[in-house]
Design a protein around this ligand. Structure first.
Ligand code: ADP
Length: 444
């Protein structure tokens, strides 16, 4: 029996039910911790003690759950108080359902991938039951599955691109002559090939995001101009059909400006490729799901320690039933309005995963037929922090550029036998020098 269960062993009772429950808790491989309303650990089963790296010196009983269950994101990023899902669930007295992250094992520095859940015990003490399951094997199996999907999508993209290319040639009056009926068939085949190409590309992106292959590369940026530039890329599309009215607004948390006459500055540390993907998905959806005559607004504002990006449209909206699922893989709202609109159902899943990889959150407010607002909130940094990170980044870039230039110089320079020993000092050099010195009467 572990130190925890010994400490926790209830007084011997003739209650067969509680003895059985204890037996069950002691025999399972999932960690179970019970904390009181103050967050103090009152019980930990043997699996919990093993997983958190408890020993005679590190006893979780009587300690705050925060010190016992130290979590970080599955990408290995430290959580802030506000984004740590366990702390949020405990503070708000809300449940948490199998949240995937890493558990730091005691002082060993070891990490275990876990799924953490929290439920209320519904007792007078307002206790919370925290369970955590080691998901290493699960991740391994998912990894193999992901690898297969990733390889398959990669392999299938090439022939699909070739089909798409030949269909474009067949449909181009400068390269082929076809009658109207054939054009109708080829148009349909072309649209299907394009959809398939997009599906493989999205699948590839999603599998890469799922297996954590693409790690965020954080750079400090000013968010108002960055997001505005990304959203403005869609100007051509707003004008192409001449149907959607577009506005950009910004605020530093005090003022709201619908143009940039008042310069707003809000800083964050983001991966620019991730941010571009997020904006692409939200903008493409806003355009796709907004009928002619509608409007789209994009705004960026500072909101305390967060940066809030809104993408609002006056489009078809999303029903309450669909809202719960739209961030899931392959989910597409199915109604008479969406049926005609193409899509893979992977865009918002990928968007959510990109937002979370940067320590952010995404949610939507909408109603069927009422338009939608997608919110992305990311951690904000102060002006001082921005300047500091920019300074470090510039130094790193200069150093990398100098290294690259030096490597290029070395590659370009002809290496003569005489030059070689000077460029590449070896352990033989002292001996060679000594021989030389002998020849020159002791001088080099
Ligand atoms: P899709 O490729 O189908 O657009 P997404 O994952 O981007 O996939 O979106 C999932 C679903 O969410 C869409 O099929 C659509 O039903 C709904 N949706 C997303 N954005 C909007 C929007 N701006 N307005 C209305 N519905 C939307």
């Amino acid at each position: 029996m572990s130190i925890f269960s010994r400490k926790q062993a209830p007084a011997p009772s003739n209650n067969g039910g509680s003895a059985l429950s204890e037996l069950a808790l002691n025999s399972i491989n999932d960690g179970v911790i019970i904390a009181d309303a103050n967050g103090t650990v009152r019980f930990a089963n043997p699996a919990a003690s093993r997983m958190v790296g408890a020993n005679a010196l590190l006893n979780p009983i009587g300690v705050s759950y925060r010190n016992v269950l130290q979590l970080e994101s599955k990408e290995g990023r430290a959580f802030s108080e506000q984004e740590n899902p366990l702390i949020v669930a405990m503070n708000t007295y809300r449940p948490l359902d199998a949240f995937r992250c890493s558990l730091i094992v005691g002082n060993t520095g070891k990490r275990i991938p876990v799924a953490v859940s929290v439920v209320n015990a519904n007792d007078a003490a307002r206790s919370r039951i925290i369970t955590f399951r080691n998901i290493a094997k699960e991740l391994e199996e998912e990894g193999a599955q992901t690898e297969f999907i990733s390889t398959a999508s990669h392999e299938m993209r090439t022939p699909v691109a070739s089909i798409e290319g030949y269909l474009s040639l067949a449909l181009n009056p400068q390269t082929a002559t076809i009658d109207n009926r054939a054009k109708g068939y080829l148009d349909a085949a072309h649209a299907a090939a394009k959809h398939l190409g997009k599906l493989f590309q999205d699948l590839l992106d999603v599998t890469k995001a799922d297996d954590g292959r693409v790690k965020p590369n954080f750079v400090p940026v000013e968010m108002v101009t960055t997001v505005q530039n990304m959203a403005n890329n869609y100007n051509a599309q707003f004008n192409k059909d001449g149907k959607v009215h577009y506005t950009f607004g910004s605020s530093d948390g005090r003022l709201m400006a619908t143009d940039l006459k008042v310069a707003q500055v809000v800083y964050a540390s983001v991966d620019l490729n991730f941010l571009q993907e997020i904006m692409d998905n939200l903008m493409e959806n806003a355009i796709k799901y907004t009928p002619a005559g509608g409007s789209i607004w994009v705004s960026v504002r500072g909101d305390g320690d967060r940066v809030l990006i809104n993408v609002t449209d006056t489009g078809i909206g999303i029903s309450a039933d669909d809202i719960q699922h739209i961030f899931q893989k392959f989910y597409r709202a199915d109604n008479s309005d969406t049926r005609e609109i193409g899509g893979t159902g992977l865009g918002l899943y990928l968007t959510k995963s990109r937002v979370e990889a940067m320590g952010g959150k995404i949610w939507v407010e909408s109603g069927f037929g009422e338009g939608s607002t997608f919110f992305v909130s990311l951690p904000r940094i102060s002006t001082e922090e921005y300047n500091k990170r920019l300074f470090v980044l510039k130094n790193q870039q200069q150093f990398a550029a100098a290294q690259a230039a030096r490597r290029a110089q070395l590659r370009a320079a002809p290496v003569t036998p005489a030059a070689r020993p000077a460029m590449r000092p070896t352990t033989m050099q002292p001996m060679m020098r000594t021989n030389q010195q002998v020849k020159n009467g002791g001088k080099i």
